[in-house]
Design a protein around this ligand. Structure first.
Ligand code: HEC
Ligand code: HEC
Length: 461
């Protein structure tokens, strides 16, 4: 084959792939309530049939890499059981004294109450039948262990010995960034990867750990202080900077934790996290190494700042090197999978269509929202950062990040994370409060009807 025709084939297959991906996005829009994000099968069925026309690299790698990325997102602990199990001994509190651990144990009822979610599809049919018939004792920690044995608790992996005793545990990305559709019961259903779990009380879960003194020592405070900080988080929040700067509370005495954001709809967006720490793979490496306690490599000299991040400097968190490295080789496929998680479109019955159409005109016009939330990204193409002053809010959280700014939050799929409020710390309880904030800040002079239309539009994207 001539060089030219090879090039033509390569270009043509590129077009096919692009066409396939946009097909998935539009499919996703039509089929929302049941399929909140493009399912991996959708992706594979579009990429696979064309395998013959793809370049040799794409033929093998794209479907496999997406599947691998999903597996990592859902199930890879990166070796962090060394932290959650072996060091903090959280598994002992889950098992309870009767089953070889400590304390009363964590019953399925308690597990659901702290927002842990159960993947119904991972359960054996007999257990599903028993659950449906109300025949599973939800007060018995032994049944939590049964769920863990089936790998059915989202983002939590239990390690068991041959006798069936829980010997350690680890966590995954799916813990905070996925939930279920409640199809079997509240908290039990099909996985929805990428959604923010705003029911999850991470602070309450960590507080159960028998060896919480490890965290107290790291922060240089006593155990009651750590418990007070963790109790301040509440559902749907986590503090991803506490272990580096040691700040548990804001100057106004409120918790320094931020809301769990969704991990969907991130493709095309430049900087990530509420305060724009970096790219998706930067943050993935940061979280896996420094927050989850996985064993990998992480380098960010911006954290080598004794004033801003005294604990990162003391512990060497700005320059982590583990051998073997259980994280770095997983970043590419994890990244690919995250970029494939499109934002779920709102069910049409959930908002007023006519009002939303008027709201869209306002969003792009009089209300000036689109100058920062540029459709269809709903963040700026380019440097998507703003000063606290521009946003009319305090600088506390911005100042905990390298750039001292806030990132324009991408708004697609907003309807899935209304619980816990809006802005990085949930300071605005609902969209009306957000709109009123902008109305005052930018002197928009929106009428009450216009505010309602704008809200309906926000709920529709
Ligand atoms: C304990 C809960 C928790 C776990 C586990 C967790 N995250 Fe996060 N994640 C957060 C929080 C909280 C933020 C927001 C941090 C901030 O802005 O300061 C966040 C932010 C993000 C963002 C930025 C989203 C955006 O809007 O730009 C991405 C991407 C992300 N996480 C991916 C991951 C991946 C991948 C993993 C697994 C390696 C993971 N997270 C594990 C809590 C968690
Ligand atoms: C100057 C740029 C800018 C303009 C103009 C702007 N926003 Fe924002 N928006 C941001 C930033 C930055 C954030 C993140 C603030 C934070 O996390 O504390 C944000 C956050 C939000 C959020 C919360 C998202 C979440 O996940 O909690 C909503 C909703 C929102 N904006 C809607 C609007 C609407 C509606 C308008 C027009 C009335 C608007 N924005 C105008 C920059 C802007």
């Amino acid at each position: 084959m001539s060089k030219r025709s090879k090039t033509m084939i390569a270009v043509f297959s590129g077009i096919l792939i692009l066409a396939g991906i946009s097909g998935i996005m539009s499919m996703n829009k039509e089929n929302e309530s049941s399929a909140p994000t493009a399912s991996l099968n959708d992706l594979l069925s579009i990429v696979n049939p064309q395998a013959n026309s793809l370049s040799p690299d794409m033929e093998k790698s794209t479907p496999e890499r997406l599947k691998n990325g999903q597996q990592i997102f859902r199930f890879d602990t990166f070796g962090d059981e060394a932290y959650w199990g072996d060091t903090l001994k959280l598994h002992q509190a889950i098992a309870g004294e009767k089953l070889g651990g400590v304390g009363p144990g964590l019953s399925p009822k308690d597990a659901l109450a702290v927002g842990l979610k159960v993947d119904a599809q991972a359960l054996p049919p007999s257990l599903v039948r028993q659950l449906k018939a109300g025949k599973v004792d939800l007060d018995d920690p032994a049944n939590t262990l049964a769920l863990l044995k089936n790998n059915a608790v989202l983002g939590v992996t239990g390690f068991f010995d041959e006798a069936g005793k829980l010997t350690s545990m680890g966590i995954q990305c799916a813990l905070c960034h996925s939930t279920v559709d409640d199809s079997l019961a509240p908290g039990i259903g099909k996985r929805l990867d990428g959604r923010a779990n705003r029911d999850l009380n991470v602070g309450a879960i960590i507080s159960l750990a028998p060896n919480i003194n490890v965290i107290a020592d790291r922060l240089g405070v006593d155990v009651p202080t750590v418990k007070k900080v963790l109790a301040g988080w509440g559902p749907g929040k986590y503090d991803a900077v506490l272990l580096e700067d040691g700040k548990g509370f804001r100057p106004d005495g409120k918790s320094a934790a931020t809301l769990l954001p969704p991990a969907f709809g991130l493709s095309g967006i430049n900087l990530h996290t509420w305060t724009g720490w970096g790219s998706v793979p930067h943050w993935n490496a940061y979280v896996a190494n420094t927050q989850m306690g996985g064993k990998g490599t992480f380098f960010d000299p911006r954290l080598n700042d004794p004033k801003k991040y005294p604990i990162a400097v003391k512990t060497g968190d700005w320059n982590i090197r583990n051998s073997p490295d259980l994280i770095s080789s997983k970043l590419p496929d994890l990244h690919l999978y995250q970029l494939a998680l499109t934002a779920p479109k709102a069910p049409e019955s959930s908002y007023n269509k006519e009002a939303a159409a008027r709201g869209e005109t306002l969003f792009n016009g009089k209300a000036t929202c689109a100058r920062c939330h540029v459709p269809p990204l709903y963040s700026e193409p380019g440097w998507n950062m703003h000063t606290p002053k521009e946003m009319g809010i305090d600088a506390f959280q911005a100042d905990r990040s390298p750039d001292n700014m806030y990132r324009t939050a991408p708004l697609a799929g907003l309807w899935t994370h209304q619980k816990g409020g809006f802005y990085h710390d949930g300071r605005f309880a609902d969209l009306n409060e957000v709109i009123n904030h902008y109305n005052n800040l930018f002197k928009l002079k929106l009428t009450e009807n216009e505010k309602r239309d704008l809200r309906e539009f926000l709920l529709s994207i």
